[in-house]
Design a protein around this ligand. Structure first.
Ligand code: TXA
Ligand code: MG
Length: 352
């Protein structure tokens, strides 16, 4: 691939300056690639109606062509031309959760290029809740196709520096708006079929959705460990969010987790391996050896979601051989966290 110069511009997240955002939007209009912050993770954006521009996203990320992309919009009006119809159910969900970390799957219209949907008859749409993302989409005047701005398979980027690490020389611009808030990707909700189905757990939880659409269910691939179940969201079938190191995730009573991690750390260190321990504020002092990093507080799982991917990247930078990670309970955003840990570890979950 030809190397291109990647320009980084810094923009204040709270009060974005319109000039640099206009410059980024002009690049989009010319079919170029621009990474930008959202409230979940950084996205790698292109004009969603320009199939050549969208094709470049797949090349820059090394993304398999059968994994469809999300179209990002800044207004409700932008949705209509992209979908076959908007159900009453979809109206209610959009009204309640947009802008926000919820991606909705609709039946697509013919305006949406095949390269976006990977040939499916549905399209994923999201309205991000981030001042830079909104301004940028508005200024571009088109729906912005954007997967997470990481190399395919690596942890998603929650800082502009992560995007730089992965995509420098492969994309045209990075809008640096500081660290992203939520830290894990949006919930993907399929409203193209009945019952409404969560295909990927994320920032908006099952409990929150149930209040608006009581018949919502979770895709079997989220609930079951059975490897034979094929997820409906193509992206969910890949090993993902994965650090270079081998990874083990421990679930059960916290005291049992601590004992097990200490034991494994001792064993691996004795074998001459370097060990990273993904601990929490409540437990970090209980570990004896290894590179111990607190990912956040068990009592405030939002902090764990926020730091999760950057902590995985940190272990990579430190070149650890093995990451021993605590698991969390599945309440609230815990489900999204465990989904990412499961994928990052290739399903290497140890139940105690
Ligand atoms: O928070 C997010 O959603 C971030 C930010 C940048 O918006 N984006 C993101 O995109 O996570 P990506 O491409 O990394 O993940 C999109 C997920 C994939 O699992 C993909 O398979 C699924 O959405 N998806 C996209 N279109 C779909 C469709 N038509 N049907 C089913 N799943 C779809
Ligand atoms: Mg991704």
């Amino acid at each position: 691939m030809e190397k291109i110069e990647t320009k980084t511009i810094k923009v204040d997240s709270k009060e974005p300056n319109k000039e640099p955002i206009k410059e980024a939007a002009n690049l989009i209009k010319k079919g170029k690639l621009v990474a930008f912050p959202t409230e979940t993770v950084y996205g790698l954006g292109a004009n969603g109606l320009d199939k050549e521009a969208v094709a470049k996203i797949f090349i820059a990320k090394g993304r398999p062509g059968d994994n469809p992309l999300i179209l990002h919009v800044a207004s409700r009006e932008q949705v209509e031309p992209l979908v076959e119809f908007i159900s009453e159910e979809a109206e209610k969900v959009m009204k309640k959760f947009w802008p926000g970390p919820l991606t909705i799957i609709f039946k697509r219209s013919s305006l949406v290029p095949d390269v976006i949907t990977a040939g499916l008859d549905t399209v994923a749409i999201r309205m991000p809740n981030h001042p830079i993302a909104s301004e940028f989409i508005k200024a571009s005047g088109v729906p912005i196709a954007a997967p997470s701005a990481n190399t395919s398979g690596k942890p998603s980027p929650t800082e502009a520096s992560h995007v730089q690490e992965d995509l420098n020389g492969k994309i045209d611009m990075i809008i640096n708006g500081g660290s992203t808030g939520i830290g894990v990707e949006s919930t993907v909700l399929d409203l193209s079929e009945t019952p409404p189905t969560i295909l990927r757990p994320g920032g908006i939880t099952l409990e929150q959705l149930k209040k608006i659409i009581p018949n919502v269910v979770e895709d079997l691939s989220i609930i079951k460990d059975n490897k034979d179940i094929i997820p409906k969201s193509p992206g969910q079938k890949y090993r993902h969010y994965a650090p270079k190191a081998e990874m083990m995730v421990f679930i059960g009573e916290v005291s049992a987790i601590i004992d097990a991690i200490n034991e494994y750390a001792k064993k691996y260190i004795a074998e001459g391996k370097s060990v990273g321990i993904m601990a929490t504020e409540e437990t970090k002092d209980k570990y004896k050896e290894g590179l111990i990093v607190s990912v956040g507080s068990r009592n405030n799982k939002e902090t764990i979601a926020h730091n999760l991917f950057s902590t995985l990247r940190l272990f990579d930078e430190e070149n650890v051989d093995i990451i021993l990670s605590e698991g969390v309970d599945l309440s609230h955003i815990g489900k999204a966290i465990m989904n990412r840990l499961k994928k990052a570890s290739g399903g290497n979950i140890i139940k105690l």
